[in-house]
Design a protein around this ligand. Structure first.
Ligand SMILES: NC(=O)c1ccc[n+]([C@@H]2O[C@H](COP(=O)([O-])OP(=O)(O)OC[C@H]3O[C@@H](n4cnc5c(N)ncnc54)[C@H](O)[C@@H]3O)[C@@H](O)[C@H]2O)c1
Length: 437
């Protein structure tokens, strides 16, 4: 594929897997004037997108308009028909890459996607893996999956690269168009193609490296966050033990140059952070016994348990048995203003509440199952556990919540530092925040 074909927008593109990542990627290329096919196995999702509906229901700036406007231009079609890959020059893969119970990568979606790509792709096409993958996956899984299916020779019959994504829900379009990327390429041409296309369309800079380095960098980026969050969570637990406020500690600690203490909280969720550190260490587990990274995972996994401990602490303070409390859990999505419920820590919390016979209901304005009436939910409640800092809760505010909750001494367990402890206590709440009790 000559670079001129890319810069002249003649390159025909496919994105396989049009979920949180693949859909905005496909639409941005189509908006820039490229002919784009979005392939997915989810018929309902494909049909909804083709009516111009944005299937992502959280607060996602620019996405509603992007879907509606680009679908109208006919530069983009969403389909479940893999034969539509046959004339594509560049095929990006953005399918999910979760982990199994034992933390090893679960590549069924990746393997299935590669199989249909390999069956239909033309000679000379390029595959770009955008999904997050464990180090050595390009060499041990991706290449064999393609070449076993179609017998193509790498760099002769097809080009291959990985270009990991740096998006997150709530900032999909922003991150795609502002965050620089790296491409791990098997040869110069494969790297140059991705660089030319992405720099032109997304207005970002692309570094070229080898596939293994790109795999380690991407999983390392998210592992960095997981480890930093674990440190922040441990600092929160220490602050509680000493009777200090972790948020004041964090503010002052970060004034020391070179320090960047993250936010502590009720737990880590989403598709990526809870699993990418397992992906990072997976391929090396026979040669090195990693200690810090699994420990960080277990500290972060403990935080929903700690939310229960804070509830129990507040119950003791007012001499009530925790199993006699009626609790409303605010936020089922893993993050503020998102509809993404994958690996949400709220699932762990409600399991712990059930084990301890605490009666609870869940409210979430972004998750269909839990779009209940907050006022009605709180009427008979004794306690609130805040798991996601949705704007709706901030807007309701302490005064609003206090008016809705009728009990004499309501409990507020704040997992996201959304509310001020002093103000909450002034309103009559027994307030327990992570790192600030
Ligand atoms: N969500 C994020 O914020 C984020 C950020 C950076 C990287 N990533 C990585 O990007 C990848 C995709 O994540 P996501 O959040 O978009 O996942 P997702 O589940 O939202 O989207 C994946 C899509 O792929 C489709 N799919 C599955 N198998 C398929 C197949 N065989 N053929 C065609 N389509 C198929 C699914 O139906 C789904 O629509 C993952 O590897 C993830 O780790 C995600």
């Amino acid at each position: 594929m000559p670079t001129k074909k890319i810069t002249d927008k003649k390159t025909k593109i496919a994105v396989v897997g049009i979920g949180y990542v693949g859909l905005p990627v496909a639409l941005l290329f189509a908006k820039a004037g490229y002919d784009v096919v979005g392939l997915d196995v989810d018929e309902d999702r494909v049909a909804r997108i083709m009516t111009g509906e944005n299937p992502i229901k959280g607060r996602e700036p620019g996405m509603d308009e992007l879907v509606k406007n680009v679908v109208k231009t006919k530069k983009f079609i969403a389909t479940t028909d893999a034969t539509k890959l046959a004339d594509r020059d560049m095929i990006m893969v953005a399918v999910q890459t979760p982990v199994e119970e034992d933390h090893s990568p679960r590549y069924e979606a990746l393997r299935a996607a590669l199989k249909s790509i390999a069956r239909h792709m033309k000679r000379g096409a390029q595959i770009v893996i955008e999904s997050t993958i464990a180090p050595t996956t390009m060499e041990k899984v991706v290449r064999p999956a393609v070449e076993h299916e179609n017998g193509y020779d790498l760099n002769k019959d097809y080009l291959l690269a990985n270009c990991p994504e740096r998006v997150m829900p709530g900032r999909l379009i922003y991150n795609l168009t502002h965050y620089d990327r790296l491409v791990g390429a098997y040869n110069k041409k494969a790297g140059d193609n991705v660089k030319a296309l992405y720099e032109k369309v997304l207005g970002i800079k692309v570094d070229i490296t080898d596939p293994l380095t790109a795999e380690i960098v991407k999983t390392g980026e998210n592992t960095y966050r997981d480890v930093q969050i674990a440190f922040a969570n441990e600092m929160a637990l220490l602050s509680e033990a000493y009777g200090a406020n972790v948020w004041k500690v964090r503010e002052l600690l970060n004034k020391c140059p070179g320090r960047n203490m993250h936010y502590p909280g009720a737990g880590v969720g989403g598709h990526c952070i809870p699993k990418d550190s397992w992906l990072l260490i997976h391929g090396a587990k026979d040669s090195i016994s990693t200690k810090l990274i699994p420990l960080a995972r277990s500290i972060n996994n403990f935080m929903p348990h700690h939310m229960y401990d804070l509830l129990a602490m507040a119950a003791r303070q007012i001499d009530v048995k925790v199993e006699d409390l009626k609790v409303v859990v605010l936020g089922f999505a893993y993050d503020a203003n998102s509809d993404d419920t994958r690996n949400t820590p709220t699932t762990d919390l409600i399991e712990i509440l059930a084990q301890n016979k605490v009666k609870y209901t869940i409210q979430d304005p972004y998750v269909d199952e839990y779009k209940t009436d907050l006022k009605k939910d709180l009427k008979d409640a004794d306690a609130i556990i805040l798991m996601a800092a949705h704007d709706e809760y901030a807007k309701t505010g302490l005064k609003g919540l206090r008016e809705m909750i009728k009990t004499k001494t309501p409990i507020l367990v704040d997992g996201r530092n959304l509310f001020d402890k002093q103000k909450a206590e002034k309103e009559g709440f027994i307030y327990k925040g992570v790192g600030n009790i």
